[in-house]
Every structure is written in structure tokens, then in C-alpha cells.
Design a protein. Structure first.
Length: 346
């Protein structure tokens, strides 16, 4: 599909969700306050202890089989055992995750619909200014639960033995060394763009339709560099790829000899992909807190930790308030990166 037509269809998709949901959240909060003032229960469906009384829907705004899907299904199984109700994982991919996200933003804040959000949740607003939702105000943060850094990867057949050697090569031939991404505003592209800004270099950005094709392109030599999730480090173990650096704050325990970008002379550089649970705005604190406690316990189980570790994903524990603050900070951070890079919003 030609790029202009694809962008036109994305715009048409976004325009189908034109109304903003913060107004609904504000009305919901006002009604709750009036009910509370009148001595009526804020949550008409019952107490947090009685919840849930029916299946809970967990929307994953990405296709099945990816890291987010692994996180969602691992968590859902543990919550099913805790709640005694099915937790139905529903994949709703499309438009960089915004289709499924909009679906949750429109849902009733009754505790029966949640979103398994990814780091793209805070990147999308700067790429798609006509989004039908606010990534912070139209949601109730429950918990940030998992994450993983990316790695700067090259084909093992290439001569680059360190990040310094790669940087030197890019500076000798600016705009010619190809780096893969999964679309405009995607995490791999923004990780590479942020590094360009810090290192003063310029890659040749090549888009692919998903992480699978980018991995194949790197293995085949079609591209030279890839900023990819740590799940790709299996290819490093196999000797097919070479990891030059990690994008996170700390080295990975399984790869202690691979330094972080920050410690290689680029202080403050950090890109970590994460997953978190959000509910529609207006969810009452009692249910939000019950969800958070139960999710904490689920993520601490050996079953979940083992499943996620096998996919190169680490558990995290960021509660509602801290999660909200981190989203606000990241929305501003990525807006600055995208504006400085001159990336055109879709």
C-alpha cells in the first residue's frame, strides 16, 4: 500500500473516534462526588470485596504472540485463580495500538475492562495528534508490571566490535548505514533517533512490518543495525548477532559483559519498553487498589516470573500514582525527541 494512502486510512480510523473521553471521566467523577455527598455508595455495582462478579476483559492492542501478549496471558491466568472469574485476553491490534486503546477508553469504568498498555502508549500522542483519547487523563493507572531494555544489535559477520566502532563508521558515512524500525514513531525508531541526537550521527532508517521481519533483515544482512528488544538476545547466544550495548539503565544479568549506552559516554540515555495495566478513567479507588494488590501478588509468582524471563522480560512494580507520573514524564520526553528529530506526525 502506498504511504500516502496508508496514512489517509490511519487518519480515517482515528476520526471514527472523534470525541474525547476526558469529558466522560469528568462527568463520572462529578456524579461520584454527588453520590458520596448524599451518603450513597460511590460504586453502585457493589463493594470492592464483591468484585469481580463476572469475567474481566483484558484488551491487548497488539497481535497475538508478541511480548505484550505473553505478559497479558501470564497475568490473566494468575488473576483467574485469584478472582475466581475468567480473565479474557482480547487482542485488538491496529494503528500502532490505538484501536484497542480507544476501545478501553470508551468502556465503562466498572472494573470489568482493562488495557495491557505498552510504552508506545506514551509515544503515540506525538505521532498521532488526532488521537481520540488522552493517554493519561482518560485512564486510571493500575500498575506498571513488566519491562525490558532494547539492545543495539549488529550481524555477527560485520566488523563492528563495539559501539564506538559503529559510531565511527556512521560518522564516516552519514545517512548510509541502515537501521531497522517497525514504523514511524515506533520504539525501535525512537530509540535510534534518541541515540542519533546524543551521538551526533545519522542512520538510514528502513521501516519493516513488525519485529519478525526486522530480525530477519538483520540476520540476512539486509540491514546493519537494529535497536531491538532483549528477546532478540537469543540470537546473540547463538552467535548470529552481536550486542554492542543495552539501552536500559543497568546491564542485563544474563549478558553482564554488554555495557549500557549511558556508561559508554552517553549519560542520561535510557530507553526501556514497559507494560502496564490501565482501566478507563473514573474507576473508583477501592477497586483500583484491589486490582493493584492482586496484580502485585500475581506478578510475584514463580509461574509468571519464569514465563516472562524466558521471553527476556523482567517484572516491575510501579503503583497507580507512580505509574501516572511516569506516563506524564514520558509523554513530554518523547514529544521533545520527536520534535527535535523533525519526525512528521501522521
Amino acid at each position: 500500500m502506498a504511504a500516502p494512502l496508508r496514512h489517509q486510512r490511519q487518519q480515517e480510523t482515528f476520526m471514527t473516534f472523534t470525541r474525547r473521553f476526558s469529558r466522560r471521566a469528568a462527568i463520572g467523577a462529578l456524579v461520584s462526588a454527588l453520590l458520596a455527598g448524599a451518603g450513597a455508595p460511590v460504586w453502585a455495582a457493589g463493594s470492592a470485596d464483591a468484585w469481580p462478579e463476572k469475567p474481566v476483559r483484558m484488551v491487548v492492542p497488539f497481535p497475538p504472540g508478541g511480548p505484550g501478549d505473553i505478559v497479558a496471558r501470564s497475568l490473566a491466568e494468575q488473576l483467574r485463580q485469584t478472582w475466581g472469574q475468567p480473565v479474557l485476553v482480547e487482542n485488538r491490534p491496529g494503528a500502532s495500538g490505538t484501536i484497542g486503546t480507544a476501545n478501553v477508553a470508551r468502556a465503562e469504568p466498572d472494573g470489568y475492562t482493562v488495557l495491557l498498555a505498552a510504552a508506545s502508549h506514551v509515544m503515540n500522542p506525538s505521532m498521532f495528534p488526532k488521537l481520540p483519547f488522552d493517554p493519561v487523563e482518560d485512564f486510571t493507572p493500575i500498575a506498571r508490571i513488566a519491562g525490558y531494555p532494547m539492545a543495539v544489535l549488529v550481524n555477527a559477520s560485520l566488523p563492528y566490535q563495539s559501539l564506538d566502532e559503529l559510531v565511527a563508521a556512521v560518522k564516516r558515512e552519514p545517512g548510509t548505514i541502515a537501521v531497522a524500525n517497525t514504523g514511524a514513531g515506533s520504539a525501535p525508531q525512537l530509540a535510534a533517533v534518541l541515540f542519533e541526537q546524543r551521538a551526533g550521527v545519522q542512520f538510514l532508517h528502513i521501516p519493516y512490518q513488525g519485529s519478525g521481519p526486522t530480525a530477519l533483515a538483520l540476520l540476512s544482512g539486509e540491514i546493519k543495525v537494529n535497536f531491538q528488544g532483549s528477546i532478540a538476545l537469543e540470537q546473540v547466544r547463538a552467535g548470529k548477532l552481536r550486542a554492542l550495548a543495552i539501552t536500559g539503565e543497568q546491564r542485563l544479568p544474563d549478558f553482564p559483559d554488554v555495557p549500557t549506552i549511558a556508561e559508554l559516554g552517553y549519560p542520561g540515555y535510557k530507553v526501556e519498553l514497559w507494560y502496564g495495566v490501565l482501566a478507563p478513567a473514573g474507576l473508583v479507588p477501592e477497586v483500583r487498589d484491589r486490582m493493584y494488590r492482586d496484580i502485585q501478588r500475581a506478578m510475584a509468582t514463580d509461574a509468571v516470573k519464569t514465563q516472562l524471563k524466558g521471553a527476556g522480560i523482567m517484572t516491575e512494580d510501579l503503583g497507580p500514582d507512580a505509574f501516572r507520573q511516569s506516563m506524564q514524564e514520558e509523554v513530554a520526553h518523547w514529544a521533545s525527541v520527536i520534535e527535535k528529530a523533525g519526525i512528521t506526525p501522521q
